[in-house]
Write a protein that binds this ligand. Structure first.
Ligand code: TTP
Ligand code: MG
Length: 410
């Protein structure tokens, strides 16, 4: 596309320190102070993690997903606040509505970020940077919150741009300058470059995105295969044709729990995993969704974390279908000598159920889930409802939940 007017104009908007900024707005006494949103730090012995923190707290090295105990150690005088998800959700919806004032083509990515394709809105509302400024202003006026926006010709470049001048940033990448814009940036910003790919890039002596553009395409194909090689080659040049997709359904749904104390007994871990599978299944059914891939996340004492995933033969939204797989994944990932700190399960590759599947799923749910609930009932009747999860009591053998209904799947 050489015709300038035929180019797309994409905005990527990401709210600044979102949960923390909302908390400061709700409680102006917090303004100017380090604010950490997350688990209760319990004077340094708390066990959850940081959801986010404001920029004042980031000066102490506090970051999302850091143990809350470490955040406390770094800055005990910070204000520690528990998250209020429904409030953040409402604000997120209102911000999406503000975006939809400029275009119908809005693709939410997470609770605080979205892409907008404003190509067709330029005649009415001005060019990309003009729309970005207006939208930022709307959000300040309506919600007293700041956002950072990237303006570019593709989703990839817009998303990188929004992150470069946070908070309250506006970074514009003029058409035709994508390559120079990307060239000095760290290779870690290249989409799809996980730890393994980064290692290969290191061996290819690529430190920046610009280094990738200097490789022969064949070298990339040799290292990463045809599809990924092509993709890295195109992205490094700023080429990303994917459209902004509206009607976007969420990509995954998961739940995780940190134990009050690290747990050695795998029956307890399994039982908690079963409860999480039931919770996720119930949420999927409420949303009339089913998930094609099961991912189990396991964190041991010492904070080392692994995830294992498996794609199912068909999408599932019952604990009876999900749990046996989750349990196998747990076993395959586990290092039984270590105590467990956290367990989680996520369903991804989500699909909306078709009308004729709805009744089918609910009918099947009643039949098969009784087998799972039987397993739970057997355990809880021996050890007392729910107490079982807290007290490290369960004998390891004989009462493994649902050992009679595990499907061995290869
Ligand atoms: P982010 O946009 O990644 O972070 P942020 O908005 O707090 O800060 P930034 O200015 O760097 O964009 O995530 C949005 C919200 O999602 C964040 O406010 C809290 C939540 N979140 C978590 O709960 N856990 C996490 O690990 C991350 C990364 C985010
Ligand atoms: Mg953000």
């Amino acid at each position: 596309m050489t015709d300038r007017s035929a180019r797309r104009t994409i905005l990527h908007l990401d709210m600044d320190a979102f949960f923390a900024a909302v908390e400061v707005r709700e409680n102006p006494g917090l303004r100017g102070r380090p604010v950490v949103v997350g688990a209760d730090p319990k004077q340094g012995s708390g066990r959850g993690v940081v959801s986010t923190c404001n920029y004042e707290a980031r000066r102490y090295g506090i970051r999302s997903a850091m143990p809350i105990s470490e955040a406390w150690r770094r800055c005990p005088e910070a204000a520690f606040v528990g998250p209020r998800m429904s409030l953040y959700g409402e604000i997120s919806d209102r911000i999406l509505d503000l975006m939809r004032g400029y275009t119908d083509l809005v693709e939410p990515i997470s609770i605080d970020e979205a892409w907008l394709d404003v190509t067709a809105s330029r005649r009415l509302f001005g060019d990309g940077p003009g729309i970005a400024r207006a939208l930022k202003q709307d959000i300040v006026e309506e919600e007293q919150l700041t956002a950072s926006v990237g303006v570019a010709g593709s989703k990839f470049v817009a998303k990188i741009a929004s992150d470069l001048d946070k908070p309250d940033g506006l970074v514009i990448v003029e058409p035709g300058t994508e390559r120079e814009f990307l060239a000095p940036l760290d290779i870690e910003r290249l989409w799809g470059a996980g730890p393994k790919a980064l290692e290969k890039f290191r061996r290819l002596r690529c430190r920046t995105i610009g280094d990738v553009t200097r490789l022969e395409p064949e070298a990339l194909t040799r290292a990463f295969g045809q599809a990924m090689g092509d993709r890295f080659f195109r992205l490094s040049q700023g080429l990303d044709a994917r459209p902004v997709a509206t009607g976007h359904v969420r990509k995954s749904l998961g739940k995780e729990r940190t134990f009050g104390e690290d747990v050695a007994d795998r029956s307890i871990v399994e039982l908690r995993l079963l409860e999480l599978c039931e919770g996720v299944s119930a949420s999927l059914r409420r949303k009339e969704l089913a998930g094609g891939t099961v991912t189990v996340k396991l964190r041991w004492e010492g904070f080392e974390t692994v995830t294992r995933q498996r794609t199912l033969d068909r999408p599932a939204n019952t604990a009876a279908m999900i749990w046996p797989v989750a349990r196998e994944l747990l076993h395959s990932a586990d290092r039984p000598k270590l105590k467990v700190r956290l367990i989680g399960v996520t369903l991804s590759k989500l699909e909306t159920l078709k009308v004729d599947q709805l009744s089918l799923f609910s009918a099947r749910e009643e039949v098969v889930d009784s087998r799972v609930t039987d397993a739970v009932d057997r355990i809880t009747s021996r050890f007392g409802k729910r107490a079982v999860v807290r007290a490290a009591l369960l004998p390891d053998s004989e009462t493994r939940p649902g050992s009679d209904q595990t499907h061995q799947e290869d």
